[in-house]
Unconditional design. Structure first.
Length: 466
């Protein structure tokens, strides 16, 4: 006879994420929901909580369980009437003056994962101190499930798109041809509608809700071949892709070139600061290329560096920063929400491209030259005991020369280990907080130098890996 046993609940960089078959059970969802409800009770006497869910097959049911627990604890539960991106839930938390929000999602993780994100009052992403409190309040046994669904439905999509449309100026984008790929995720219909209602010619692909077993809704280049193909075959101006819960954004140009979020962030920052659409500091993670630093110098604006994880960047947006940029899919706009938003960033990128009056590839070439953008690469290692030993060695090592003979100018231990080299290149090695992987980030002056450094890193790890 099998007995149910409570598993440990741990929140990573962006929420609680687990394997659907192993840990994303009704009982564990109820436990996490009760932990959040208990946390809210320590902060508020009552209030409204906004609940949303992405397009994974298990998400809506889990959101209903969460809503029932929130309502049973004396709060008003407003639940989205359809799959929604996390940014739309965040925006609704702000607009409704809610005490918090909950999105059932595993974001960009594979479809065999699911999870829960908690959004604090004001739309602020949950920092470690908050999630640590929630973890302590998660009961070892699930609370009794309410007999009836007590949440009130809310049309999150309509209000979000209306609010975004009021801020956009797409007058110069009328007639542009854009392909949008929400990767079957919660943002299906959002970016496409925001653009098409303002005169942009939009083709939306992979917009049927529900993720198949083989899909990883992470808009890395290897996962968006279909978007690249549609852009080129249909002669579109460019393409945009979001991840499973719509907070990430990437782009491709008419030639099929790939633009991750740090490139998009540089374009948006140049456009917005030059046209005074935004003001205040610019924020980047320590894993984001230094072209952002050069832009900050040009416009005379403060630069803030944070650890990896958009919750740290979002906290700065909440304090008044103008734009936040990270390397792994996230761009945040301070006047919109204090978190990353792939839908809003995609819409504003369309506005920016139309105002530059040049193709995306030409815009990028000009800005890369102006801000001295060199070469940037990132890749992963699966974690095992030998790799852990290698990382421990790097922490203890005092050698001043490695990485292909380049001398180490300085080390930064704030988030993993970041080595700044004597030629201006840098290498960051850190453990992912969302996946069982070690991440390597490299920036250098050109592709040749980046390849040399990558080879040196791989030779080092090759001595430790099986």
């Amino acid at each position: 006879m099998l007995f149910w046993r409570a598993s440990e609940v741990k929140f990573g960089t962006s929420g609680w994420r687990v394997d659907v078959k192993k840990e994303f059970t009704d009982k564990n969802v109820l436990r996490v929901a009760q932990g959040i409800a208990s946390f809210l009770k320590t902060q508020f006497q009552g209030g409204t909580v906004i609940i949303g869910f992405d397009a994974r097959p298990t998400s809506q049911h889990a959101a209903e369980l969460v809503s029932g627990i929130i309502a049973a604890n004396g709060f008003e539960a407003l639940m989205s009437d359809s799959p929604s991106p996390t940014p739309a839930i965040t925006k609704t938390v702000i607009d409704k003056n809610a005490i918090g929000g909950i999105e059932v999602t595993a974001s960009h993780n594979p479809s065999n994962y699911n999870g829960i994100k908690f959004i604090q009052k004001g739309g602020i992403p949950s920092l470690n101190e908050t999630t640590s409190q929630i973890e302590k309040l998660v009961p070892s046994s699930p609370p009794k499930q309410p007999q009836q669904q007590q949440a009130k439905p809310i049309n999150v999509r309509e209000e979000y798109i209306l609010a975004l449309s009021k801020k956009l100026d797409l007058s110069k984008a009328i007639g542009m041809h854009v392909v949008v790929d929400p990767m079957f995720g919660g943002a299906s219909g959002y970016l496409a509608q925001a653009l098409s209602t303002r005169g942009v010619n939009v083709d939306e692909i992979r917009n049927v809700h529900g993720m198949g077993a083989e899909l990883t809704p992470n808009p890395k280049k290897e996962n968006i071949a279909e978007l690249i193909s549609h852009v080129q075959q249909r002669g579109a101006d460019f393409g945009l892709a979001n991840d499973g819960d719509g907070d990430r954004i990437v782009a491709v140009d008419q030639k099929g070139n790939y633009y991750p979020s740090h490139m998009i962030g540089l374009i948006l920052a140049d456009y917005m600061y030059s046209n005074t659409i935004t003001k205040g500091p610019i924020v980047r993670s320590l894993a984001t290329p230094s072209a952002i630093d050069n832009l900050a110098k040009k416009y005379g604006i403060p630069l803030i560096e944070t650890n990896v994880g958009f919750k740290y960047l979002g906290a700065e947006l909440a304090k008044g920063a103008g734009i936040a940029v990270e390397e792994s899919g996230g761009v945040g706009l301070g006047w919109w929400i204090p978190d990353k938003d792939g839908v809003a960033a995609g819409a504003y990128l369309t506005q920016a491209i139309s105002n530059y009056g040049k193709p995306l590839d030409q815009i990028w070439q000009d800005l890369a030259k102006e801000y001295n953008y060199g070469a940037f690469t990132t890749y992963d290692f699966e974690i095992d005991d030998k790799l852990k030993t290698a990382i421990e060695f790097l922490y203890k090592d005092t050698a001043r020369e490695m990485f292909g003979g380049r001398k180490i100018a300085s080390r930064n231990y704030n988030d993993g280990i970041k080595f700044t080299l004597d030629d201006g290149s840098w290498v960051l090695i850190r453990k992912s907080n969302t996946e069982p992987q070690m991440r390597v980030y490299i920036e250098s002056k050109d592709a040749r130098a980046a390849t040399e450094i990558e080879g040196a890193v791989n030779r080092f790890f090759g001595e430790w890996l099986p």
